[in-house]
Design a protein around this ligand. Structure first.
Ligand code: P6P
Length: 339
């Protein structure tokens, strides 16, 4: 008889809860609610072309970026699901300048805080290119029983309890870590469940893909320019030139490089001295996943997870992927700064 070895997200969460002997199920419940929100957002994303959720909402978010209607929808869905979980006392989101603090007693007693980019890459929605949700989870540092405070949302990345992303692509995947490896779940729309499809994900020490918006080449720091030329050189041993792959959607670019090996680069430029990507809800979660899968994440000099945020919306230069590739880039940046 044919047997089906399906592990749903909830079964996996319960099974892994044993990894945390003192856990009382709060993080498990929180991650389960993330799965619910992801399924609701997925339904709308997958038919965005058919419902009036395409295009711009006419507002501008904290980053000065035109808010897409889907951004706002995704933000509202995740905020509602996280409040319903009763496990989160506050949220920092790309879509709001101020942190969102929950005032109900259940949430004020919660021990976790949540940071997210609810729909990253939203400018790709109208052209049907993959987009993603990115999130990180910390224990609160403010007093339980009270509303969350700003200090909860500027903790150094090494304090992260969990991090993950949802990739709304040709299939929809939830990839997350709680610090004991990385696991990927693919949504089976026929049963409406995220099912374990990528167990204990590992990236390669060496890769042959580099991902960067080369249209900004003239603005890049010298070390980054040198690294791009290094990627493009013909190496007698045959491992270069590397392949250039850039989707312009962080989650999609990172996910491909995680699976195949590679490096993603978002350097600073004279008009964006700290780069474009946000430390707390884009770079930190991706960095945590990268490290848990054997990779590396840096701002060109410092480990991303060691950077103490000044604000929830702080930007940093971001280089992430196969360890040897990030090492090589850091060496080239350092050599260029010494000369
Ligand atoms: P650029 C999408 O807007 C995003 O925030 C990331 O998903 C993506 O990696 C980056 O910006 C793309 O930026 O400047 O290359 O268009």
């Amino acid at each position: 008889m044919k047997t089906y070895n399906i592990t749903t997200l909830n079964e996996f969460i319960i099974r892994r809860q044993a990894d945390f002997p003192y856990a009382k199920g709060e993080l498990s419940r929180l991650i389960s609610h993330i799965g619910i929100a992801a399924k609701i957002v997925n339904k709308k994303v997958k038919k965005a072309g058919l419902v009036d959720l395409l295009g711009e909402a006419g507002n501008v978010n904290v980053q000065g970026e035109d808010q897409q209607k889907m951004d706002i929808f995704a933000d509202e869905v995740f905020v509602s699901a996280l409040q319903a979980s009763g496990e989160v006392c506050g949220i920092a989101t790309e879509e709001n300048q101020e942190i969102i603090t929950f005032d109900d007693n259940l949430s004020k007693d919660a021990k976790y805080i949540f940071l997210m980019d609810p729909l990253d890459g939203s400018s790709n929605i109208d052209v049907n290119v993959s987009i993603g949700t990115i999130f990180s989870i910390f224990r609160r540092v403010s007093k339980v029983g009270h509303k969350a405070k700003n200090e909860d949302f500027v903790q150094v990345g090494t304090q992260m309890v969990a991090a993950g992303y949802v990739l709304y692509g040709s299939s929809t995947m939830l990839v997350y870590t709680t610090g004991k490896g990385v696991n990927g779940f693919t949504l089976d729309p026929t049963i409406g469940e995220f099912c374990l499809s990528h167990s204990d994900m590992r990236t390669t020490e060496y890769g042959s893909i580099y991902s960067i918006n080369e249209g900004n080449y003239a603005k890049f720091p010298e070390g980054v320019k040198k690294y791009i030329k290094y990627c493009q050189e013909i190496d007698p041993e045959g491992d270069r030139p590397y392949k250039s792959r850039y989707i312009g959607s962080l989650v999609a670019d990172f996910h491909r490089n995680l699976l195949k090996g590679g490096i993603f680069l978002y350097p600073p430029s004279p008009s964006a001295l700290e780069g474009k990507l946000r430390l707390t809800y884009e770079c930190n979660p991706i960095a945590f996943i990268a490290e848990q899968a054997g990779g590396k994440a840096s701002d060109g000099k410092n480990r991303i997870l060691d950077i103490k945020p000044d604000s929830p919306h702080q930007r940093v230069p971001f280089y992430v992927g196969s360890r040897s590739m990030v090492d090589k880039l850091e060496d080239m940046i350092s050599e260029s700064e010494e000369n």
